[in-house]
Design a protein. Structure first.
Lengths: 162, 162
């Protein structure tokens, strides 16, 4: 598996699984019917935002990540990031590899910490993965996410220094 | 003091003190040199975002507020809000009146809670005011804000049900 910066040419490989994850509405607080133009703009943010892909030896895109400042101005030294792994390639460590890469890159870019604002508390695999990578749950916003099957569940705010 | 929905015609009265507050860089995690077009877009968000002004008996704008969903999709039932009071009219209860109004309106609009993501912990007056209005500090993100005089300080995440 190789992780590299994404280019616009990667988008057609990203959009099918990103759309599927967003449409499921279980893990991302995006509108479930987010259209392609809006999704591309959310995933390919302007600099200093960065977008990455994880590809296998054949060049197949397995997953993607993006990072950007969590706040502007006086808060711009804390990064935020998002991760999407093609469900057809889950269980291969793609998210872990993407996150480790994003953390290294954020540190190199001068960020001092990384914060996730909205980790759905029922997304057990993600929560466990981020904790194993050094994130801690600072707080859980009660009933802040309306899960399509589980109703109102909490959103974890997770954080780690860099 | 009257609180009403803002119109584009209010912007010329808002911009001078909003710019002053943002340029000071002590309470808002916006770029300190945010230009007028960008500021207007941040303060007048599209629906369901709302923008308000507090005006006195002469029609002078004393302060302003805006509210919008804190997240999209499954998180859109939690509101976020921002408040700016003209420093020349501070100490008159403008922020308290604006916040009470915004809370009432958010409740009427069907939001279930309100969350502030980035309350600078050294902004004692704001923290005390939000607490007096029923908000609690869910967490303080350590060193998440670079204050121009005080260095790295925390950002409170504050929340209350509606």
């Amino acid at each position: 598996m190789l992780i590299r910066e994404a280019t616009p040419a990667d988008w057609p490989a990203i959009w099918p699984f990103l759309r599927e994850i967003v449409a499921a509405g279980e893990t991302y607080s995006w509108d479930r019917d987010t259209d392609e133009d809006r999704a591309r703009a959310l995933w390919f943010k302007p600099a200093p935002g960065r977008t990455f892909v994880a590809v296998d030896e054949d060049g197949t895109v397995l997953g993607t990540a993006e990072s950007h400042p969590n706040q502007a101005g006086g808060g711009a030294h804390v990064a935020n990031a998002g991760f999407m792994v093609d469900p057809r390639h889950s269980g291969r460590g793609v998210a872990r590899a993407l996150c480790a890469h994003v953390l290294d890159r954020a540190r190199a870019d001068g960020y001092r910490a990384m914060q996730f604002n909205a980790v759905v508390e029922t997304n057990d695999r993600a929560v466990a993965l981020w904790e194993s990578l050094g994130f801690e749950i600072l707080a859980t916003v009660p009933e802040a996410f309306h899960h399509p099957h589980k109703g109102y569940v909490g959103l974890h705010i997770m954080h780690r220094g860099l």
